[in-house]
Design a protein around this ligand. Structure first.
Ligand SMILES: [Zn+2]
Length: 161
């Protein structure tokens, strides 16, 4: 299923965009400390689409037959629209099951409430029913603020698509 989705690598200047892509379920490589050569090497080896603010880097990647998207906008909705111009993204839909860990890009899986009683604040347990854990870094997520903020973001975005 995730194989059909485009996969990305995002340059160090676009950390917030990388997190959003992960939350929206896109496999997105990102490091805040990575040089151009590594970005290109990983994009090539893993067949990832390079997203960058750096026009030189975008050209360099394209010369090597890699797909690259150059971001010129600073507004996040506009940035997604720029991606969408080059690669038709599927309708934005928030679903904890599809999301990836914004911290490490790991896949999330459902976890039963009673298994995380000591790992989540009491108030959160009381008011939420669905929880997910990152398979990789074990961070726990729930349908709280991050999903709600993302929902607002995608509503804005979907209006423009
Ligand atoms: Zn993680």
């Amino acid at each position: 299923m995730s194989n059909e989705k485009p996969v990305f690598i995002v340059d160090a200047m676009l950390g917030k965009l990388a997190k959003k892509l992960r939350l929206l379920g896109y496999d997105t490589a990102y490091s805040s400390d990575i040089d151009d050569e590594d970005l290109i090497r990983i994009a090539k080896n893993e067949n990832r689409i390079l997203i960058t603010k750096d026009v030189q880097l975008a050209r360099k990647a394209e010369k090597k037959q890699l797909k690259a998207i150059q971001i010129t906008k600073s507004d996040e909705v506009e940035q997604f629209l720029q991606i969408n111009q080059k690669i038709k993204l599927e309708k934005y839909e928030i679903n904890g099951k599809n999301s990836r860990c914004p911290v490490c890009n790991g896949e999330l899986e459902n976890i039963e409430k009673n298994k995380i009683l000591d790992k989540v604040p009491k108030g959160v347990l009381e008011y939420n029913q669905n929880f997910w854990m990152c398979k990789n870094c074990k961070k726990i997520y729930w349908e709280g603020t991050h999903i709600r903020n993302l929902q607002k973001f995608t509503e804005k975005l979907n209006d423009r698509l």
